[in-house]
Design a protein around this ligand. Sequence first.
Ligand code: GDP
Length: 310
Amino acid sequence: MFWSKKKQSESTEKDKGREKRNLGRKIAELFSRSGSLDEFYEELEEMLIAGDMGGAVTMEIVDELQTRVRKGKIKDKESILEELRGILRENLKTLELTSPAQGLSLYLVLGVNGVGKTTSIAKMARYFQTRQGKKVVFAAGDTFRAAAIEQLKIQGERTGCRVIAQSHGADPGAVIFDAIDSARSRGENLILADTAGRMHNRKNLVNELKKIDKIVDSRLGNQGEYRKILVMDATTGQNGLQQAEVFHEAVDIDGVILSKYDATARGGLVVSISRKLGIPVAFVGHGEALDDLSVFDPDAYLDDLLSTDS
Ligand code: GDP
């Protein structure tokens, strides 16, 4: 697995996903078949689409590959694969969440229900607690579902984080406003704020998120870091991209956490998020345990995606 060498030898179930994801090997097989270059590009397109890169993005990438191969008079398969890797690499963007030592930071965590928002909040808390020694608190901004508040409290207990919550149906903006004041007065460093993934309709959701965004902007101060992070479920494929567009339109997403990467054989969503929406990837989630979160490393990701190992 690309997130950790140690995991590679441990995992059996997860390796299955990797084998299926092994685009490099499939491309190598494609080279070994006889056929015209046109047929090769057609099949390559099919593979990339099946790997979740999306139709439009795939076409652009393969067009670019054809142009580069032609211009560079490239003939051997390793070089074509390298060229493809280069194009994909240029499309991958990363977001580093630094959560500065000074001031109070807030990461607003967005995404539709079930994508792994609450789990990702807990995993991020663990990450910032252990890697950066931060005092992390949670704000229960999804007041639309009573269960969401309860779930966040469970994750608070699991990670030792204080949870700032009001009752079901409370104004989410007020919860987050209080969380900022309360965390500041206690000298805590980082608020991870949950938000609703669904409301009565899309307009309500968008308006609510815009309102929260304004409150954070005006209340947080500028010493810390304010980031809007969208959790995307790697198993939802291109539907995830449409969801992302709704959230991006509402609040200008700064970065993505790609959850459930362990549960999919297709890894191309990362490329289409970066290329189509221009949103960088901060973390990849690869399991349900608190440590199953890694900073997104594009080179390691491409090693995994394009590996020709069998
Ligand atoms: P929320 O509704 O967006 O808050 O989603 P949850 O955090 O409750 O997660 C929904 C389900 O996905 C739960 O069963 C989680 O354990 C599971 N989940 C979350 N992240 C991951 C991940 O990275 N890998 C796997 N395999 N499951 C995950």
